[in-house]
Design a protein around this ligand. Structure first.
Ligand code: HEM
Length: 508
């Protein structure tokens, strides 16, 4: 009798729980519908489900090809597309200055929060800091480290890694092995950024192996940032689970960076005397030494780690994009080689090409711009929050607090700006008319724009400008899977998955 009563009570409790959940869901749906009906933005187009929940966007990003979905959405709906109840993807060249330009008050969207460590003071990391004033002050502190004068001091490091990659490819050419090109270019990018930042390579170029699983763990971490960023209020909790499941390689990256800093400190006896080294790490340690209260050791570590995290995959994706396009467009490859060979014959370029020399190779520079246009590294909208007072973008008024952003892939496929053949790799478009080039430059967002533009842009451009001519003048490349479409995975960076090649010493 008593047990029957308990069972009956349990049934009531469960009934009540189900009823409460159902009512909560119903109320939430009603509230979303009401919000939608009274929203001043209700007329703006987009997928139906995106009006009600961020889950639609999460699902699309999880699939790993949002850059293509995003382009298709703009082709269907026009310059404004709603991608979550409060977020809009924009395709309008005039909007670039409004949203990202210097002096605008659009701060980074909450999505960026998930790219940092929860609980960590955001002042430590330039990329994720959402506070515009603090970001500007911190950026000013380190800007000189990325200046043209310092850039030139980095060139020998890039030449060293260019030589090492050439050696590896000569071996692979001899063995006839199929090369995972994206992987090798990632080895190159990681070793360069290690050498440039902390004065030491990771060692990937010694044998092309990633024994510490750094690449795969960085990939998993990027997928985490891309997806959890959509529900960034959950970052604090989800991050703990993620740490338990993953990040061995990330821990190795952190360890490598920390060890290099500690070794330099020990060698330089930084506590007592100024550091003797005039490289990136030496200068940043000197900054700490001059004003430890303004520039802590944590700042030193974070700047170095950010360089490595932000400057490795981005560069390898870009290098892969340029090389892949050259391989599948033999006409462009032929023209580039003709330019390089002619300059080599007239002794106007060295071996490897210096950065200054590379800037005087117009076709090479057009190839680089076009490669970065066809396949920019970042593949999600660069979200920004509309400031107080609201803003008119692409002809529509957005109230304060709305998130708006331009996806580089969407911008770069805009046919009004880049022409009807925007889907084609055609470096010549950058060499046809100054006026047209200037217009295209305004919508070339591979490195972002304005106050949050990429701080390492010139380091990468130097890497690309030196490595690409070296590779194409030395080797012939043949796709191992010609005819197969290039597959990619968009985890914020749009990484090539099946860029397999045979490498041979160039037949002249
Ligand atoms: C081809 C290579 C690269 C590409 C395509 C690239 C792309 C970008 C883009 C698009 C942004 C803006 C992101 C946004 O607005 O949300 C950015 C920011 C940033 N990049 Fe790069 N990047 C590259 C290489 C590098 C390198 C080599 C470094 C460091 C040495 C670096 C460090 C940073 C940092 C610190 C930021 C944040 C800047 C700020 O908010 O003030 N990047 N990058």
């Amino acid at each position: 009798m008593i047990s029957q009563q308990i069972q009956l009570e349990n049934v009531h409790v469960w009934d009540f729980a189900w009823f409460a959940c159902g009512a909560a869901v119903l109320l939430w749906i009603l509230k979303r519908m009401l919000d939608e009906i009274i929203s001043p933005l209700r007329k703006l187009p987009g997928p139906f489900m995106a009006r009600f929940s961020r889950l639609w966007y999460l699902k699309q990003v999880w699939k790993g090809n949002f850059e293509q979905t995003n382009i298709a959405l703009h082709r269907k709906y026009g310059p404004i597309v709603r991608i979550t109840p409060n977020e809009y993807s924009i395709d309008d060249v005039e909007a670039v200055r409004n949203i990202y330009g210097h002096g605008t008050n659009f701060i980074k969207s909450p999505w960026y929060y998930a790219s940092g460590r929860p609980g960590q003071s955001p002042s430590k990391d330039l990329f994720t800091d959402r506070d515009a004033k603090r970001h500007a002050a911190n950026r000013r502190k380190v800007a000189a480290l990325y200046s043209t004068t310092n850039l030139m001091k980095m060139e020998p490091a890039i030449s060293e890694c260019t030589d090492l990659l050439t050696e590896r490819f000569l071996e692979l050419a001899k063995s006839g092995a199929v090369v995972n090109m994206q992987h090798y270019l990632q080895c190159f990018a990681f070793d360069v950024i290690g050498l440039v930042t902390v004065g030491n390579r990771f060692g990937f170029l010694d044998n092309g192996q990633d024994k510490l699983d750094i690449f795969s763990d960085l990939h998993a971490y990027l997928r985490y940032c891309a997806t959890v960023g959509i529900f960034s209020e959950w970052h604090r909790i989800v991050f703990k689970i993620f740490q338990l499941l993953s990040s061995k390689g990330m821990a190795n990256m952190v360890k490598f960076t920390n060890n290099q800093i500690q070794e330099r400190l020990a060698a330089d006896d930084i506590e007592g005397k100024p550091t003797s080294n005039d490289d990136f790490l030496g200068r940043i340690l000197a900054m700490h030494q001059e004003a430890p209260d303004k520039f802590s050791m944590e700042n030193v570590f974070t700047v170095c780690l950010t360089n490595i995290g932000a400057g490795s995959d981005t560069t390898s994706v870009s290098l892969s994009a340029i090389l892949h396009n050259l391989i599948v467009c033999p006409d462009s490859m032929r023209k580039l080689r003709a330019e390089i060979d002619e300059k080599a014959r007239s002794a106007e370029i060295s071996n490897p090409v210096t950065y200054q020399e590379s800037l005087k190779l117009p076709y090479l520079q057009a190839v680089i711009k076009e490669g970065l246009r066809m396949h920019p590294a970042t593949g999600l909208p660069l979200g920004r929050v509309v400031p107080q007072g609201g803003a008119t973008i692409a002809g529509s008024y957005f109230p304060e607090g709305t998130v708006v952003g331009i996806n580089t892939w969407v911008a770069h496929s805009n046919k009004h700006v880049f022409g009807e053949d925007a889907e084609v790799f055609r470096p010549e478009r950058w060499l046809e008319s100054e006026e047209r080039t200037a217009r295209m430059e305004r919508y070339h967002l591979a490195f972002g724009h304005g106050s949050r533009t990429c701080i390492g842009k010139n380091i990468s451009l130097m890497e690309i400008s030196k490595l690409i001519p070296q590779l194409v003048r030395t080797f012939d490349f043949a796709l191992a899977n010609s005819g197969e479409k290039l597959e990619t995975d968009n985890v914020w960076f749009v990484k090539q998955k099946n860029f397999y090649c045979k490498v041979a010493v160039r037949s002249k």
